[in-house]
Write a protein that binds this ligand. Structure first.
Ligand SMILES: [Zn+2]
Length: 101
């Protein structure tokens, strides 16, 4: 999918090693129209996605969009903030509990 569909993307294993990473970033949404957090596996940016972004990301991840996204986040292989190339971005839908683990 095109990177321009979203802004950010992070690898759970990678982030766990980041002592300063606050998992609450994945549990809270500040924007009224945000429905899900999106983390970059490469640069650890976390951005909030709208329903339109969530639908596009679910398609890219080849999964059905769950009705309840409160314990989920999208993990992308890179994002516009850290990768200006035209490489394809891989997307996964992850559970936050399995991340906190
Ligand atoms: Zn990034």
């Amino acid at each position: 999918m095109e990177k321009s569909f979203y802004l950010g993307s992070v690898d759970a294993e990678h982030v766990k090693k980041e002592k300063n990473f606050d998992v609450n970033k994945l549990l809270t949404l500040e924007n009224n129209d945000a429905v899900v957090n999106i983390m970059c596996n490469n640069c650890h940016s976390v951005v909030e996605g709208t329903m339109a972004a969530a639908v596009s990301l679910a398609q890219a991840a080849n999964v059905d969009l769950p009705e309840n996204l409160s314990d989920k986040y999208f993990l992308t292989s890179c994002c516009l903030l850290c990768d200006q190339s035209d490489n394809e971005v891989s997307v996964e839908l992850k559970g936050i509990k399995q991340f906190v683990n």
